[in-house]
Write a protein that binds this ligand. Structure first.
Ligand code: SF4
Length: 466
């Protein structure tokens, strides 16, 4: 098996791909603009954000209570509730249900939790045909790639690349400028598969404790076609998806939709509550909810409680200067961008994800746009601190930091060192720019560095003071 490339190597590869940058810009710039416009029309955003934050904090503080309440009400509605501590347990539960249903083919509506627990691979390994029904998931299934964004999984693909994929897989001509025709082509491919599947698997945007209902939001209607025709519907959901009641779910929806897509409301907001009842014309005969922990309760105990507020809107990555340069795959994890850089070390261990908390400029934009006010930069600093304490920071960086500390604690030496550095840098100046300099290849390989003015800030300040 090929070892996974390091974050730096994967980021360098992404930076060298001009088509990727075009694809990322097309979606993230639109998302940023639409979110901005949506908030202009929603002056109550700040108050809604405060309320959303309070709702999620309350639920996280009383997680045991609301989990029990949800289970009780879901069971009363005829659902079967399963508990999974780990990703492996969650996949095993889903596979057991599929086998009991004699499933050879399952449809799946987009769910990041499903990706997190490795469900697509588990289904394939069990010989069960998996049909991704979300348009973007259909694209990346054809491309045999993982999602690169939590809301737009195929964000890294240009429409030209999608047209080429569809031409090959659908066996039809595709005009990359005619997006509606490409959507129609995917629709024709997927329609028949909805009716063939014995089991439909979806995620959950919210679990409503006082009714045992599960809320999903989509724009394509594929979740409804995934969950209604099959005999069995399985929901996989992280335990942090709970809200106390329907009004709380609506309060969260107002934040989620505007932050994710800039719309006031999604095309489909569906509440699933138990299996088909007597007299119902359609719906699944069995309704299963798999409640997945997979490290979430550990996050409660390790200073990452704030992260459990996340409603997976993707706004932090749309506004992240790093994500917008390299896209999602370079992070090498299910969750990319700022929220992924916080979540992945919690889910997979900081040793494995040690680079991710450093893939950030700490400019604070992610926290500013987060609809539930998650202090992402603070949490990232927490991971950096832990990496340092656990000796995971490379020796060169540690030596550099120690040298900086030594100088910073001695103002005279610090001033001397910076004055010498500034003068040294000027030796490499050509027409006001530094194009090459020993030790700075990481920067100058990709862009020129403005040459320093010649005097340090402190020197200039002293001069002005005089
Ligand atoms: S951290 Fe905030 S902005 Fe990022 S996905 Fe979660 S809720 Fe959205």
């Amino acid at each position: 098996m090929q070892p996974e490339p390091s974050f730096k190597a994967a980021a360098a590869r992404a930076l060298a791909d001009p088509r990727l940058k075009i694809a990322i810009d097309r979606t993230t710039i639109t998302a940023e603009t639409k979110r901005g416009a949506a908030l202009q029309d929603f002056p109550q955003f700040a108050a809604a954000r405060e309320r959303g934050t309070a709702i999620k904090d309350h639920v996280v503080a009383h997680l045991d209570h609301y989990l029990m309440e949800f289970e009780r009400n879901a069971l009363a509605s005829g659902a079967k509730v399963h508990w999974a501590s780990t990703a492996e347990e969650a996949c095993a539960i889903v596979l057991d249900i599929c086998r009991a249903a004699g499933a050879r083919s399952v449809t799946r509506a987009k769910s990041m939790l499903g990706e997190e627990i490795g469900l697509p691979h588990a289904l394939e390994a069990a010989g069960i045909t998996r049909v991704e029904t979300d348009l973007a998931e259909h694209i990346i299934q054809l491309a045999k790639e993982p999602p690169s964004h939590i809301v737009w999984p195929a964000l890294h693909k240009t429409r030209e690349q999608v047209a080429a994929l569809f031409r090959e897989a659908h066996g039809t001509t595709q005009d990359s400028e005619d997006v509606p025709a490409m959507v129609e082509s995917a629709r024709r491919q997927l329609r028949a598969r909805f009716l063939d599947a014995e089991v439909g698997i979806s995620g959950a945007n919210f679990l409503i404790a006082d009714s045992g209902a599960v809320c999903t939001v989509t724009n394509e209607g594929n979740a409804e076609l995934t969950t209604t025709p099959p005999r069995v519907h399985i929901v996989t959901a992280g335990i942090e998806k709970l809200v106390p009641s329907l009004p709380h779910a609506f309060a969260m929806l107002r934040l989620l939709v505007r932050s994710a897509t800039g719309a006031d409301i999604t095309q489909y907001t569906t509440f699933h509550c138990g299996p088909k009842r007597e007299g119902d014309r359609d719906g699944p005969g069995e309704f299963h909810v798999v409640l997945v922990d997979n490290g979430r309760t550990r996050m409660l105990a390790t200073g990452l409680r704030d992260m459990l507020r996340c409603i997976r809107c993707g706004a932090c990555m749309n506004h992240c200067v790093v994500y917008r340069q390299i896209g999602g795959h370079a992070y090498g994890a299910t969750y990319p961008g700022p929220m992924g850089a916080v979540l992945t070390p919690a889910l997979e261990g900081v040793e494995r994800a040690r680079d991710l908390p450093h893939a950030c400029t700490l400019n604070g934009r992610c926290q500013e746009v987060c609809p539930v006010g998650i202090p992402l930069p603070t949490l990232l600093r927490g991971w950096r601190d832990r990496s340092w304490r656990e000796g995971l920071v490379p020796a060169g960086t540690r030596a550099g930091m120690r040298l900086f500390r030594f100088l910073a604690e001695r103002p005279f030496l610090y001033r001397l060192a910076t004055a010498m550095a500034v003068r040294g840098m000027r030796l490499f100046r050509r027409s006001g720019w530094i194009r090459r300099m020993p030790g700075a290849a990481g920067w100058t390989e990709h862009r020129d560095l403005p040459a320093p003015a010649g005097r340090t800030f402190m020197e200039q300040l002293r001069e002005r003071g005089r």
